[in-house]
Write a protein that binds this ligand. Sequence first.
Ligand code: SAH
Ligand code: SF4
Length: 405
Amino acid sequence: MTTVLEPVLEKTPLERYVPPAKPSLVGLSRAALAEALGVIGVTPAQQKMRVQQLWHWIYVRGTQSFDDMTSVSKELRAVLEAHYTLARPEVVAEQVSVDGTRKWLLRLPGETPGSAPNDVECVYIPESDRGTLCVSSQVGCTLNCTFCHTGTQRLVRNLTPGEIVGQIMVARDRLGDFIGIERVKGPGLPTDGERCVSNIVMMGMGEPLYNFEAVRDALGVVSDGDGLAISRRRITLSTSGVVPMIERAGAEIGVMLAVSLHAVRDELRNELVPLNRKYPIAELLDACRNYPGVSNSKRITFEYVMLKGVNDSLEDAKALVRLLKGIPAKINLIPFNPWPGTTYECSDWDQIEKFSEVVFNAGYASPVRTPRGRDILAACGQLKSATEKLSVRERMALRAMAMTD
Ligand code: SAH
Ligand code: SF4
């Protein structure tokens, strides 16, 4: 008798976070920051004012030392220094692409002896009218989309809000994107006076809706108008389709939503995005129709990766526009970015154009996402910390193991 194997939907999340002895204040919400001040003896009557001061130094000035906070009394600075830090994630590598894209490899605390490091990647993409930072929400990903490099990574842990906000801080530090800091020069970077990081996409490593609270709290800090001040309309959260969390995301996070659709039939989407077996296309699209705040001025972006001979026929394109009828939508065609060991290929350029034409003729703007930073493996789905490369054979073995567990 043949056994029907259940698909591998999730690996075991490893909650490896061990807080450092002196915690960082970076990424705390205002309430958490007030609490941290209370712990060191700041009275409730003083807390609001002190939070406001620290908020300005941390997020507007990018201050990295309590000593520089000249509007804070010397005594309080010393107490802060004794108990807390302003640490960001540690940058272990920085790469700059010929097109100006920058990728940082960040090492996070919490690895256990003998384990691989907890690394995540963060990518900055300068364009003429904006600078977008692609932020990670998890080390690795518990899901196993077959075309995605991150999905092959074994180690998984959720990032803390501080580590999510910390990626934006690192990018701003490295680009000189805080008031009073010298702006870095480089291809594609805006001149002084303009912000380098104007937009955030939660499209790095990990599934943001599987780390809901941390992502929500971090984006609350990022969008705070007196600090980093990146408006929720300039923040996009991409999900592979965690249906039960989509409504909460709209209600509690309120940012722009992107959905990784990639296929118009359940049979194919089950293969490409195995989470589809749990939450099939019809349920996913229902959740999109009901996404709080969705409207013609706040459309949902549907991401569609172009895989040669797999999902790129013109029938697929027609089915795609039929499927999305009635949903305020944008369609983002993403040329597949190959990575070592993948068996998929990117669709031919003229096929992408024909596909895009069908979508365009149906009334959708259908920008094709230009691959950026390919030379430094910084493009969509290529992110994966160097320490965790698995060969295809290792990956198959891992899957087989998970299936028999
Ligand atoms: N986990 C979330 C967000 C991170 S992935 C999600 O899946 O939506 C960000 C986007 O890159 C997703 O649309 C994902 O499907 C796409 N992607 C993954 N691997 C890719 C690859 N190799 N080439 C092109 N796009 C890829
Ligand atoms: Fe995870 Fe998104 Fe990659 Fe799928 S595409 S494995 S959900 S990061």
